[in-house]
Ligand binder design. Structure first.
Ligand code: ZN
Length: 222
């Protein structure tokens, strides 16, 4: 197996609605928010970010749903076949990995605030938003509001994906990723998607350093 090239997809993820990717509540102080967004663990940063694993996992799951390639008990596809729309690109567990499948093609890096928004955050001008979601008791009719922290709409994160192309890899491995990105635009990222959170748009997309048109993804058939 020989690596032919490594392709790149870069750009921004613009939030069209507030984004909630949950953090663990372990270190929450008394009176703190019980549903915070995940923050950069770098000392002194505490800026919200989108973990590469969240982005990759969501894109993968949407492709699986689209292609009907879903694993046991609703888990990820783990067939390990070369013609699977998911396994060669997004990886499979070692146990099921046939030798000719090769390494996972895609790497999705953590998406941090883009330059402009990072500056605003550091200057204290990018407060997180708190949205109250009501759980309504079906018998008493009493609403029980829960605070949900969100990164506000409008904010942009810089994303980056690297994609390994091996000799004899079909072209549609790469197309799968673009498809998945479009599916994500039509779905939602993070939690509470069915309640309006996490609608995003990929903007300023460059493929192998070449800037694409603003409606590049919209033209992709899913
Ligand atoms: Zn598979």
């Amino acid at each position: 197996m020989k690596l032919k090239t490594i392709r790149t997809i870069t750009g921004n993820i613009r939030l069209l609605t507030g984004l909630h990717i949950g953090a663990s509540n372990e270190n929450i102080e008394i009176g703190g928010l019980d549903n915070p967004v995940i923050k950069d663990p770098l000392p002194g940063s505490l800026a919200p970010y989108i973990p590469g694993s969240s982005l990759k996992g969501k894109i993968r799951s949407l492709i699986e749903i689209r292609q009907g390639a879903i694993g046991k008990n609703g888990g990820p596809c783990d067939c390990g076949k070369k013609d699977c729309p998911v396994c060669p690109v997004f990886g499979t567990s070692a146990a099921n990995r046939p030798e000719d499948l090769g390494p996972t093609r895609i790497i999705v890096r953590d998406a941090h605030l883009s330059k402009k928004w990072k500056k605003l955050f550091e200057e204290g001008d990018l407060p997180m938003e708190v949205k109250y979601e009501n759980a309504i008791n079906r018998i008493s009719g009493v609403a029980n509001p829960r605070p949900l922290e969100r990164v506000p709409a409008g904010v942009e994160f810089a994303f980056e994906m690297a994609f390994k192309v091996f000799e004899n890899d079909p072209e549609d491995y790469f197309d799968t990723v673009l498809n998945g990105m479009r599916l994500l635009e039509l779905d939602a990222l993070g939690g509470s998607g069915s309640r309006g959170c996490g609608r995003i748009k990929f903007t300023d997309i460059s493929i192998d350093g070449e800037l694409q048109s603003e409606n590049f993804l919209e033209q992709i058939a899913i």
